[in-house]
Design a binder for this molecule. Structure first.
Ligand code: G1P
Length: 906
């Protein structure tokens, strides 16, 4: 049988083993902790270590550098082969990065990894040595990565060797790669530490100016008995020598004596963490070890850490494994496929990784400076809140502080440490280059709605939150030159519900010439960024329409479940609630635009502070009329029919031309986003969904790759639409199998009960990722798969959050409904185990809930009914919404700390 995987799972925690780790050129792995120490590491110990954009311990690494760069975590053993001192010394690099090993290829290397640690084991029978290198970032409050090397004599004779670490230090801002790389090395000041070397540059030079530096970078080490290194080579020049390099360092080749001290001559040079240890002799079968700490300390008052003994390292490793396992175990999926059960743990880890890494700092993500985009911030919360709603409540409230009164939002989101926790920090656009993404207003409400359904915490909507204000007004189209930061002025604020209303209502009026919402500087697809003037996104007009309808439903729920009768909003908002007074003719795009302009003018200098009290039913009526209008308009105007197929148009370009359908050369153009949102938002009825599915299968499904592409090949660049089409077709936002949109497509299909179709798309992504001989990635979901089926942009992708959301709330159908627990399974027969069982464990209403579906005859969704729900054999109190949906009231769930609901399907 064809071997489909480069790794195999070792246990149910997601740990895996790679049998031949020499073959893995460009795979990498994340190591991180909550203190913000972030590493990437490849099987040959490449990658980098940093704390933020301005503090890199090692050279910043992009994907290509994983194999191009020689700067890695090198560790050498030097010895006389076969014990004869007359023989020429051999030098064995424990990461395989030496000219000799590359030439001979005699090492056998395997790797094991798990959340979040990596161990690479290298064996060379000729030398009689086996070396294992373990790397992880301890979960406790430290800012270093540990590297522990263990060497075993696997020969029958005694062996002696000298060990030398060789970790080139960068010790500065990533900006300095192409901004005074040499000059900033002149700032380097090296100190010999009792257990190694520290580097404390005198100053930092970057966009923030010339500042006194307080950050210390270090490489410390000890052998297994706690002995300090006996010497060091403190600079790259000293270690490599004139004609050497990192793969053939002359310090070792010429057997140079390690330095006892650092001299003046070593200052102002590129630093090297080359620590040399006392020579070791191992009898047959004996082992020894070395521990290194590779770290960054930002607090100048703090002492550098003590290098732990191996027993302590193992203790920390156990703690770190336990820490991650607990985090990833908050939702436990048990399907009939053990491979999937292990793989999904990595997908569950990804939203946490993006929270810690931001959208930068792993080798594929060689852009950004550690912040997260607005939509990413909100969508990551989807999975995080399913794991722990109480913790995410605070984040939701805080994040609304990024909304402006014109419905746009702060776009650069950095992070601040407040009381030991990382909080998003909203920053005005860098250099005042305003960009407004038109989709940004949909995500906060979608996330908040999930939160409300999971918790029934209606009061969150009454929380008062500030508005974000800077010089930009009119959704970034104008600048208020008189605006100044004035901390004495009270911040404008409003309820969280008011923030949501503003984001949604403004967009209803913000239309282009086809009466669809303007594309502005792009929508979800960042690559549709060249149609500022006349572009329109029908795709997201759908989703705003869906949100308007869902908001109207929510208001009804507030009236029914929480006895709300009225809602207080800023007086100015009444301008956009035109169904209450002063109606706008929605068919006339210019009337809408005028009304919006009027609103923008009114709020440009801030809200008056006056409030209006609106009856909840009136407000709901206004919103519902708007939602209905959008649904009808799109169905009547945006349905495309070509070649016997029919689907929705998703866009208008900068010339006002419709994007989808046949172009002048007769080629069919179609986008997946254009189809996902009419399904998700309820615009499309069942008949139209069927047509869309057929058209997607015809034009976007690639049978060779086994996945659905983001768009058809438009054939040439599209300066009237966006940069995406300048990428090679099949890469990134130009027609790749883009996981995020594919998952949202599956989610939309499940939501509308197209279970077979949804499952097909949903499982295709798992299959593509898991086919690692082709995808060349470790377990997890990448941002996209290219034409070769390679997974790119690993770990830090929003698709992971949507994948977990879809699996839990749609496939398993376990989710909150107005605070109660809904069970509405949409599993397909192959997702049950041999006994016809599939289960998920989750926290709900403060209790640990395990839901086990029992489907002994493996009925398919359309033939399946819920017979009953039991716990310990006893019937549970529940009520039915339909044959396939039951609800258990929140107070019933919270009666017991642990539940095991058995749901029998027939
Ligand atoms: C990335 C961005 C996301 C954007 C998408 C399409 O997706 O993070 O904000 O919507 O590209 O341009 P991700 O890497 O999250 O899958």
């Amino acid at each position: 049988m064809k071997k489909l995987s480069l790794y195999r799972y070792l246990d149910s925690t997601g740990s895996f083993r790679v049998d031949d780790a020499c073959q893995q050129g460009s795979v990498y792995f994340p190591l991180v902790n909550e203190q913000g120490l972030m590493s990437s590491i490849s099987p040959d110990l490449g990658g980098d270590i940093k704390i933020d954009q301005h503090s890199f311990l090692t050279l910043p690494v992009s994907y290509e550098d994983l194999h191009l760069s020689r700067a890695a975590r090198n560790f050498w053993l030097s010895f006389h082969p076969k014990g004869s001192v007359k023989s020429k010394k051999a030098h064995w690099a424990l990461n395989g990065r030496s000219v000799w090993q590359r030439a001979q290829g005699k090492d056998h290397v395997h790797m094991e990894a798990g959340p979040l640690w990596q161990r690479v084991v290298r064996t060379n029978k000729t030398w009689g040595l086996e070396a294992s290198v373990l790397n992880f970032v301890p979960s406790q409050e430290v800012t270093f990565e540990i590297m522990m090397v263990e060497v075993k004599n696997i020969s029958k004779k005694s062996l002696s060797f000298t060990a030398t670490s060789a970790i080139p230090l960068f010790g500065r801002s990533a900006d300095n790669l192409r901004d005074h790389r040499h000059v900033t090395s002149l700032l380097h000041r090296l100190n010999k530490e009792p257990y190694g070397l520290s580097l404390r540059p005198t100053m930092t030079f970057n966009e923030r100016g010339h500042l006194i530096n307080n950050t210390t970078y270090y490489v410390l080490g000890a052998d297994g008995r706690g002995h300090s290194p006996v010497g060091l080579f403190p600079t790259q020049a000293a270690f490599m020598g004139e004609s050497g390099d990192l793969e053939r360092p002359l310090a070792l080749v010429e057997d140079k004596k390690a330095f006892k001290n650092i001299s003046e001559a070593d200052q102002g040079k590129e630093a090297m963490g080359a620590l040399q240890f006392k020579p070791v002799t191992l009898k047959a079968g004996e082992k020894t070890s070395f521990v290194l700490l590779l770290g960054i300390e930002k607090d100048p008052r703090k002492k550098l850490p003590v290098v732990p003994i191996p027993e302590t390292v193992y203790q920390w490793l156990d703690n770190t494994k336990a820490y991650w396992n607990e985090k990833l175990g908050t939702i436990g999926f048990e399907t009939g496929d053990p491979q999937f059960n292990s793989w999904i743990r990595w997908v569950q880890c990804q939203p946490i990784l993006r929270k810690l890494f931001g959208c930068s700092f792993l080798p594929d993500f060689d852009y950004g400076r550690g912040g997260r985009g607005w939509r990413d911030l909100w969508q990551d919360c989807l999975a995080l809140l399913l794991q722990n709603p109480e913790e995410v409540r605070e984040d939701i409230v805080h994040n609304f502080g990024g909304v402006r009164v014109d419905g746009s939002n702060a776009t650069i989101i950095g992070r601040l440490q407040v009381a030991g926790k990382w909080k998003p920090e909203f920053i005005a656009d860098r250099n005042n280059i305003a960009r407004t993404w038109m989709d940004h207003g949909v995500w906060p409400f979608l996330t908040t709605l999930l939160y409300l359904n999971q918790t029934g915490d209606w009061n969150i909507l009454r929380e008062t939150v500030p508005y974000f204000r800077d010089a930009l007004t009119h959704r970034g189209k104008r600048v208020d030159a008189s605006w100044r930061i004035d901390s004495s002025r009270p911040k404008e604020q409003g309820s969280l519900l008011e923030h949501i209303l503003i984001q949604t209502l403004v967009q209803f009026f913000n239309v282009g010439e086809h009466n669809m919402i303007r594309l502005e500087d792009a929508d979800w697809n960042d690559g549709l960024d060249m149609a500022h003037a006349r572009g329109e996104s029908v795709a997201f007009t759908n989703l705003y329409g869906g949100n308007l309808a869902a908001l109207a439903d929510l208001l009804q729920t507030l009236a029914d479940n929480a006895s709300w009768t009225e809602v207080k909003v800023a007086q100015e908002l009444k301008l956009l609630l035109d169904r209450l007074e002063n109606r706008v003719d929605y068919e006339r795009a210019h009337e809408k635009k005028n009304r919006l302009e009027n609103y923008f003018q009114t709020v440009a200098r801030g809200l008056s502070g006056k409030q209006a009290s609106l009856p909840i039913s009136e407000l709901a009526r206004d919103l519902r009329e708007k939602a209905d209008w959008i649904r009808q308009k799109i169905n009547q105007q945006e349905w495309v029919e070509e070649n016997g197929h029919a689907w929705y148009n998703g866009y208008y370009d900068n010339k006002g031309n419709r994007v989808e359908g046949k172009n002048t050369k007769g080629q069919v153009r179609m986008t997946l986003s254009g189809q996902v949102y009419p399904i998700m938002a309820g615009t499309a009825d069942q008949g139209r969904i069927q047509s869309v599915v057929k058209a997607v299968d015809k034009y976007l499904f690639d049978s060779k790759l086994g996945g659905v592409r983001l768009n058809t090949d438009f054939g040439c660049i599209q300066p009237e639409l966006g940069r995406a089409f300048s990428f090679a077709f099949g890469e990134k936002e130009n027609g790749a199998v883009f996981s995020h949109m594919a998952v949202m497509y599956a989610n939309a299909l499940y939501q509308r009960n197209f279970v077979k179709e949804g499952h097909f798309v949903f499982s295709s992504l798992f299959k593509m990722a898991q086919n690692s001989q082709r995808s060349r990635i470790f377990p997890g979901l990448p941002e996209y798969f290219n034409n070769e089926g390679r997974g790119r942009y690993m770990y830090l992708t929003g698709s992971a959050s949507w994948y977990v959301l879809t699996l839990l709330t749609q496939v398993f159908g376990v989710r909150g409904l107005k605070g109660d627990l809904l069970l509405a399974p949409k599993l397909t027969p192959e997702q049950f185990d041999k006994r016809g069982r599939a289960a998920v464990s989750v926290r709900f209403a403060g209790s640990e809930v395990r839901v086990e579906y029992v489907n002994p005859t493996k009925k398919s969704f359309d033939k399946m009914k819920i017979r009953d729900v039991r716990s310990d054999g006893e019937l549970v109190e529940y009520f039915r919404l339909s044959d396939r949906e039951v609800v258990i009231k929140r107070d019933v769930v919270s009666r017991k700390a642990q539940w095991n609901f058995e749901v029998v399907l027939e």
